[in-house]
Write a protein of this length. Structure first.
Length: 262
């Protein structure tokens, strides 16, 4: 199943579905609309010959015009959203059903906020559902452009949160929960960069943003990206960005395009 999330969805309806009271099964199809469900019960969902167990914390995405069969074990509740997705953008392949695991409470919060927002603020509802869809697309088991190895994604997140402080490969590996050697191998295979080169690249990209978009002093910018030594900061800017910090702030043409690093 392919999702395209470069633009926000259009939320047509959202709420809490209650089933399994009058009947133990339903047949459901939405012409032109996706079905997003976050489950609080046990049962099954069937698409043709494909049968998917439903458990609390599981999330499903069903494409438009697809007939699905639900079987319940008594009163069954789920959060649902009926939506349209944009036709263009990067394709991301996700399973119809999977266990949201630790993401389930966060998804539930986003979808409840969407349910509340639908009557008064369709834009907020779309924003909440969009955030939920991105989290679903990043769950283990998804494939597609931009989908990182889980350890690489965790390493990148740790780097982004700690750019202003000391960062070493062992620090990052420890935070991710794998060995230095394993992180080095999967990170290089996934990104084409070493971890050290990636940290340097992200520090200098953030520095370029601060130099161009803020009134922070050069000294403050250097400290904000974890390079307290001004001479080292100047050299790093020239090597990574092709210009000195002052030239970047002045809008030097050579500073607008970052240089590649390995």
């Amino acid at each position: 199943m392919t999702l395209r999330l470069d633009e926000p969805p259009t939320v047509v309806g959202a709420g809490i579905g209650v089933h399994g009271v009058a009947t133990a099964h339903d047949v459901f199809r939405l012409p032109g609309l996706w079905q997003l469900h976050l489950y609080h019960y046990e049962g099954t969902l069937s698409l043709g010959r494909s049968v998917h167990p439903i458990r609390p914390g599981h999330v499903s995405l069903v494409p438009p015009d697809t007939e699905v069969r639900f079987r319940y074990r008594g009163r069954s509740e789920h959060l649902y959203v009926h939506l349209r997705l944009p036709a263009g953008g990067t394709a991301r392949t996700v399973p119809v059903m999977r266990d949201a695991g630790a993401e389930s409470p966060r998804l539930a919060d986003l979808l409840r906020r969407a349910v509340t927002a639908v009557p008064t603020s369709p834009q907020q509802a779309a924003a909440e559902v969009w955030a939920a869809l991105w989290r679903i697309a990043e769950l283990p088991g998804s494939e597609g452009d931009g989908q990182a190895h889980p350890f690489v994604a965790a390493a990148r997140a740790h780097v982004e949160e700690h750019l202003a402080g000391p960062l070493s490969v062992p620090d990052v590996a420890r935070a991710v929960g794998i060995s230095h050697t394993h992180l080095t191998r999967v990170f290089r295979a996934e990104t084409g960069r070493t971890v050290v080169a990636y940290i340097r690249h992200r520090r200098l990209q953030r520095a370029r943003h601060l130099l161009l978009s803020s009134t922070l002093s050069v000294t403050a910018v250097a400290a904000a990206v974890g390079i307290a030594d001004l001479q080292a900061f100047n050299k790093a800017c020239r090597r990574e960005l092709g210009a000195s910090p002052r030239e970047i702030r002045a809008g030097s043409p050579g500073s607008l395009a970052p240089r590649g690093t390995g």
